[in-house]
Design a protein around this ligand. Sequence first.
Ligand code: FES
Ligand SMILES: [Fe+2]
Length: 461
Amino acid sequence: MSDSELTKLESVPFRITDPELIPAERYYDEAFFQLEKEKLWPHVWQMACRLEEIPEVGDYVEYTILDKSVIIVRTKTGVKAFHNACRHRGLRLASGPGNCAKSGFICPFHGWRWNIDGENTFVFGKHVFTPELLDHAEIDLAPCRVEFWAGSAFINFDDNAPSLLDSLGPVAERLNARNADKLKMDWWYGTVLPTNWKIAMEAFQEGYHTMKTHPQLHQLSALGNPFGNDADGLVFNRGLTGKETVGMHIDFLARLSSGMGGMVHDSEVEVLESLRDMEVSDDPLEATMAFYAKAHEEITKDALARGAPMFDIAKVAAEVEFHAVEFMFPHYFLLPMLGAMSSYRIRPLTPETCLFEIWSLVLRPEGEEYETPTGPTILPYNSPDFPEIPRQDYSNLPLQQLGLHAGEFKFMRLSKDTEGMISNYQRLIDGYIAGLDPQRLAKAQNIVNAGFEGPISDIGF
Ligand code: FES
Ligand SMILES: [Fe+2]
């Protein structure tokens, strides 16, 4: 790194100097939030909408991030994105979702119009303007950079940022192997959480909290206590018979399904339940391997028989690296398990609030009738209608936000072995705030998008 880059990095306020310590102010300081607004968000790829939200020509949605707003619209020649402002005196033009196939976009102030391709089609009383002011290039809607992956449109306000796929790195291939582009929404929820957006993200970057926050999963987990000094907790050492071991795996996946709503889909639980009586050896390890082999095979078969675009789960499990959570820096992540996935997006609203969305995604047969949600069902964060697992997380996170303000709380102290991702993520944010070279940032992002539970990594700065 050049001296000037180092100087820029050193000038970031509340910078991470020890990768195991995260300064508390990063989660509430107004000036730091402002720096993220100016230096991070305008330069990163952001999952702006699922393409299934806009299936027909003319369908559009509005994506907002802080004070910026973008229209994403399906045209005859593909999906396009425009900055959401009238080119006359700046009104925000569209609030989504909607369809503009017939009317295009009409400004409610003085009635200027645009077709769905963003071309200006009408200026009221043109002759009262200086003609050069009305050049097409000047008054067509301003395009915003947009690229596509995994069934979603991603926008970036920075025309010099590396491409979406270059920024994502290997995570894209890992999820492509699981047909992420063919997933369909099952449901979509949202809530406003009284925490900084990074607090919400970080709750998914480690499994260390499972023991206390999600005890129901911890008890059923095949790994028992992965952080213990001995292996007593391992399912293989619990004195269970082969059949009981299989039962425990099924209970775990079923609890994950009801608790996470979608990470394991109902149709998958049904197949799993049919395996409860499968013949297995009494050796728990052999029983485990036989169970998962059978589960992968049967879920794949069941989905294909229903006409779903299912991948070969066993083959992918054997050949492609598996992470229980896959991150797409900065604010989007997917949780693959069998064929279905949950998906999360967390946007900052203020330094201490964020908009938290969850989708359940499933590989549904092409053309199957389904009422696709057109927006998130917004619930209070403490609503009993949230599935068990997010509900448990939501009960802790606001308390964490409050605790950060306590007098003597200076730093979060991270486990270098299992909470490293939090540090990696946060140090990449410093890289953006410092305005480091975009190629360097993309390279670091490839490392940071590494699944969860990882150690502190060298991200190149
Ligand atoms: S501000 Fe939109 S037409 Fe005038
Ligand atoms: Fe959790």
